[in-house]
Ligand binder design. Structure first.
Ligand code: SAH
Length: 238
């Protein structure tokens, strides 16, 4: 009798736990598949980047109405007319900047915080700037809840970088300026890597990889045509 009572009272928790696990398992198998079909099948080869993409729960970064599409090979809408990039583009940009454990990173365009989380899996610290106050606030909260204590989110205009924490070993822009912002070039460390989509608003842009050598010399490589939301200017100063 006593045993039956204990089992009966334990049951609701077990059911709840099982439901949670099933949900998590579903997402994690979708994620494994995403890595295999969208990343490994293309040109993502860096094992650390692949691991990071396997770990970060992308479904937690998209609106609830989009969660069932979270692991599809496509960008998804966020609030305020913004978008979270397709998983492959996030992985490609991350691989291009060759993250190392000791690196300090600047991201321009926090959006959902997903790219920041992927980077945070791989480097020492990510500083990320978002011009839309609402998005900055919700992403900061989300990243905190998920335990990313090495990400700092700021509401502001990332075109001017974040001088207080410069120089950065890596700069990732996920909104497209018409030309590479000089403040970002200035805030890139010697030996640093920057990836940025450059081009006209609401058109196809080119993804560029910009590197600064130890003497401060800049080299630029064009990687691929991409389409990002425009980098806007002029938020209210903090
Ligand atoms: N990296 C994001 C996706 C970014 S979408 C993610 O992983 O979800 C581009 C974001 O850049 C949008 O949220 C937009 O509001 C922001 N943005 C546009 N111009 C900006 C600027 N000058 N400074 C900071 N953020 C900017």
């Amino acid at each position: 009798m006593i045993l039956a009572a204990i089992l009966a009272s334990a049951l609701p928790f077990e059911v709840h736990g099982a439901a949670m696990n099933e949900d998590d398992n579903q997402h994690s198998s979708a994620r494994t598949e995403m890595v295999r079909e969208q990343l490994l099948a293309r040109d993502i080869t860096d094992p650390n980047v692949l691991d990071a993409m396997r770990r970060v729960p992308r479904h937690r970064f998209v609106p609830s109405s989009e969660q069932r599409h979270a692991y599809r090979d496509t960008p998804l809408p966020l609030s305020h007319g913004q978008t979270i990039s397709q998983p492959y583009i996030v992985a490609l940009m991350t691989q291009l900047v060759r993250p190392r454990a000791e690196d300090r990173v600047l991201e321009v365009g926090t959006g959902s915080g997903y790219q920041a989380a992927v980077l945070a899996e791989l480097v020492e610290h990510v500083y990320t700037v978002e011009i839309e106050a609402d998005l900055a606030r919700t992403s900061a909260q989300r990243l905190r809840e998920l335990g990313y204590d090495n990400v700092t989110v700021r509401h502001g205009d990332g075109y001017v970088g974040w001088a207080e924490h410069a120089p950065f070993d890596i700069i990732v822009a996920t909104a497209a300026p018409e030309a590479v912002p000089q403040p970002l070039l200035d805030q890139l460390n010697a030996g640093g890597r920057m990836v940025v989509p450059v081009g006209p608003t609401h058109s196809v842009q080119e993804l560029r990889l910009i590197e600064k050598d130890d003497d401060g010399k800049i080299t630029t490589r064009t990687i691929a045509p991409v389409r990002f939301v425009p980098m806007r200017r002029g938020s209210t100063p903090e």
